[in-house]
Ligand binder design. Structure first.
Ligand code: FES
Length: 124
């Protein structure tokens, strides 16, 4: 069996939503203590809906694929729903990741949560 699924390879080779949102109203940045990789997530939220999302990463292929998939999964969704997104759900949507690469998908989940915290702190 191949180490990585077709979906992981597709999102790694053609990542969706890479880049910066200049007028983002929520930005999250997290690092992975295990490998030192970094992920930055930009959200444009309007009326509680994630209208746009982009990410930048200094991360491995699994982190790129996870972030790409995660952005697809939260785009157009209410913030409450995006806050529930787990790294497990992202890995499942990618048809799985090798066990020792699961921590890479955590980076995507945490970057979204960090951006949503930023959004909530600005709101209050
Ligand atoms: Fe660092 Fe994957 S090895 S995020």
């Amino acid at each position: 069996m191949a180490l990585y699924s077709e979906k992981v390879m597709d999102h790694f080779r053609n990542p969706r939503n890479v880049g910066v949102i200049e007028d983002a109203n929520a930005i999250g940045e997290v690092g992975n203590a295990k490998c030192g990789d970094i992920m930055k997530m930009y959200l444009k939220i309007e009326d509680g809906i994630i209208e746009d999302v982009k990410f930048e990463t200094f991360g491995c292929g699994s982190a790129i694929a996870s972030s790409s998939m995660a952005t697809e999964m939260i785009k157009g969704k209410p913030v409450e729903e995006a806050a529930q997104l787990s790294n497990k759900a992202v890995a499942e949507a990618l048809d799985g990741l090798p066990d020792y690469k699961m921590h890479c998908s955590v980076l995507a989940e945490e970057a979204i949560k960090s951006a949503l915290e930023d959004y909530n702190s600005k709101k209050s």
